[in-house]
Each structure stands twice: as structure tokens, then as C-alpha cells.
Design a protein around this ligand. Structure first.
Ligand SMILES: [Zn+2]
Length: 337
């Protein structure tokens, strides 16, 4: 299957994705607890500015401000009737920025988790979850998104429901999960388990991978786990800019641009071909990542020891894929670039 995403990936070999949405919006005055999606219509110039951060920093694709644009999350703000509108507008604003970039830049329509727990553990039915994802994907497609971009998913059943939602909307997609619990997703899935999940879907994504989670080191270990399992689809790596620390009333990420530049080349060496940042990743990080990817060639996959040495220690000794690559984390001091 060919589309704008696969074409650009084939042309460039490696794509630089974008950085943080939340961190950058908080820096523009968004308050914790606000629905960022409401800014698509209330503060469109700030959303355009967010998108320009990525494009001006050299990103080949960036995500729309629609992470929480689903009926369940918007209901918390009494905006559940605006799912389609807010999704559509997030993509329309993005389309304008991408189309005036002066080079090929892709609009990836962000789709986050519903915020509810699906059956059988929770109460959200499969059918309702599919319909929620379908509604968001419809809006993103109407606004001109090149591709849908599922992110920060923990539950395999929610990933499956989103795949069906994208199929109903007729929108090609990519999808990442968050491995934030000792190398596994909150629902216990390992990197290996995700490779099986993704490759077994009827509506296969164009690429899959990991975003957010703990630090950049853990994310690189997860990418090594994907590669070791030997899937056929391109791998996405979107790690946080270091480790979150609570400093003077707000969350601060301690990763420097130099650290994220090294993370980016290590992610490529580990097997990822779509590389970006997540929480804490600011324009200066992206600029350093772009420069590092452009000025170096792909090298051999890093070892766990190299990752721990250069990026920092892992959050856990095992990521659940024992016997198939990653096993023990060396106990080393964290390097602070
Ligand atoms: Zn994140």
C-alpha cells in the first residue's frame, strides 16, 4: 500500500517526527486540567505556533492537537458533541502549516486513548470504543490529515478497537503504545507482545512502535525488543526528553538537546525509522536530533550497556522479554549531559 507516509519514508529512509504537545502548550499558558483540544477553536494561533515549532525544527511529520478529541475525554469538558469539529479543525490548522513549509511535511492526526478501561476489566465495550475512534478519525480525515496516529495506548484491546475505527474512516494509520511499567505497558504487554499484536491485525498500521513511557533509555530498550522479535513493519520511537522531575510546582524533563540527539541516532541504530520525542521534547531538542540524524550514518545496534552509559539507567532490570535480548540493566550512574 502506498500513501504520502510510505512515499516519504521510502524517499528519506528515516523520518524525524515531532516533540511534545503538552509540554509546549503548557509553556504557552495551558493549565493542567484544561482540554488542549478546545484551543483548536479558542486559540488557533497558539496551535499554529505549536505546529510551526516542529516544522521549523526540521520535522518531517507532526501530530495534530487532537490527542483527547474523543467522546469520553471531551465529555469531562461537556464538549462531547464537538469530537468531529475539534478533530477536523486540528487537522485543518496543521494542513495549512504543512502545505506552506516549503518542503514535504506530513500531518499525522493524533488519536489518544479513550481514557476508559475496556471490557472485560472495565466497562467500555468494543463496539463503543470502535465508534469513538471512528468519530475522531473521520474528523481528522475531513481536516486533511495524511495519516492517523494512535499513541500512548496501554491495552491491546484498545489498540485493536482503534485499528477498526481507522478502517471504518478509511484513514491509513500508525500506532504506538506506552511502555511505562518496568518495560511493559500498564496492561502488561511486552515489546514482543506488541509485535505479535500489530502483525496479527486485519487493518495493519503503516508503522508501529513506542512513545512516552519512562525515559529515553527504556524506550530504546523497547525498540531493541521490537527489532529482536523481527516484525516487518517500520518502527516508531518517540521517547521522553529524559526523566520527569517535579520542580517548583511543575514537571521538568532533564534531557538536554545533546542527550536527545544521541537518543535519536541510537534509536535509528536500534531499528527505528520514524524518530521523534514525547514529553519534554522542545524545539531545541528537535533541532539537535535533526542535525544528528543528518550528519551521521546508521550504525550497529547499541547494546544495553551503551544505552545505560550514554543515555542513563533503565527503570527496571528486565522489560519482560527475558531470553530474547534485553535481560539485566547494569547499575551505573546516570549521565547528565
Ligand atoms: Zn509523553
Amino acid at each position: 500500500m502506498s500513501n504520502a507516509f510510505t512515499d516519504l519514508l521510502a524517499e528519506k529512509g528515516t523520518l524525524l517526527a515531532d516533540g511534545a504537545t503538552g509540554t509546549n502548550l503548557f509553556n504557552m499558558g495551558l493549565m493542567s486540567g484544561d482540554a488542549p483540544e478546545l484551543w483548536n477553536t479558542d486559540e488557533p494561533q497558539k496551535i499554529t505556533k505549536l505546529y510551526r515549532f516542529a516544522v521549523d525544527s526540521g520535522s518531517d511529520l507532526f501530530l495534530t492537537n487532537s490527542f483527547g478529541a474523543n467522546a469520553s475525554r471531551l465529555k469531562l469538558h461537556d464538549a462531547q458533541a464537538r469530537v468531529h469539529e475539534l478533530s477536523r479543525v486540528s487537522a485543518e490548522l496543521a494542513r495549512e502549516v504543512a502545505d506552506t513549509a516549503g518542503r514535504k511535511v506530513l500531518v499525522a492526526g493524533s488519536v489518544g486513548p479513550t481514557g476508559e478501561i475496556m471490557e472485560p476489566v472495565g466497562t467500555l465495550t468494543h463496539a463503543l470504543a470502535v465508534e469513538m475512534f471512528h468519530e475522531t478519525a473521520d474528523g481528522l480525515k475531513a481536516g486533511g490529515a495524511d495519516i492517523g496516529w494512535l499513541e500512548t495506548i496501554s491495552a491491546p484491546e484498545e489498540y485493536r478497537a482503534a485499528a477498526e475505527g481507522f478502517a471504518l474512516a478509511g484513514l491509513d494509520w500508525c500506532g504506538t503504545m506506552s511502555f511505562d511499567t518496568a518495560g511493559r505497558t500498564m496492561m502488561g504487554l511486552t515489546s514482543e507482545g506488541m509485535v505479535d499484536l500489530v502483525h496479527g491485525l486485519d487493518n495493519t498500521p503503516m508503522a508501529y512502535g513506542a512513545n512516552c513511557g519512562t525515559g529515553a533509555s527504556d524506550l530504546l530498550r523497547t525498540v531493541l525488543g521490537f527489532a529482536a522479535k523481527g516484525g516487518t513493519l517500520p518502527i516508531i520511537s518517540k521517547g521522553n526528553a529524559g526523566i520527569p522531575k517535579y520542580v517548583e510546582g511543575h514537571i521538568h524533563y532533564d534531557g538536554t538537546p545533546e542527550l536527545m540527539a544521541r537518543y535519536a541516532t541510537m534509536a535509528r541504530d536500534a531499528g527505528a525509522s520514524i524518530i521523534g520525542g514525547c514529553c519534554g521534547t522542545l524545539p531545541e531538542h528537535l533541532v539537535a536530533m535533526r542535525e544528528a540524524l543528518d550528519s551521521t550514518e546508521k550504525g550497529p545496534a547499541p547494546t544495553l550497556e551503551q544505552i545505560a552509559e550514554e543515555i542513563g539507567p533503565f527503570s527496571s532490570e528486565s522489560d519482560g522479554t527475558d531470553g530474547n535480548g534485553p535481560t539485566r540493566a547494569p547499575r551505573r550512574g546516570r549521565r547528565r549531559g
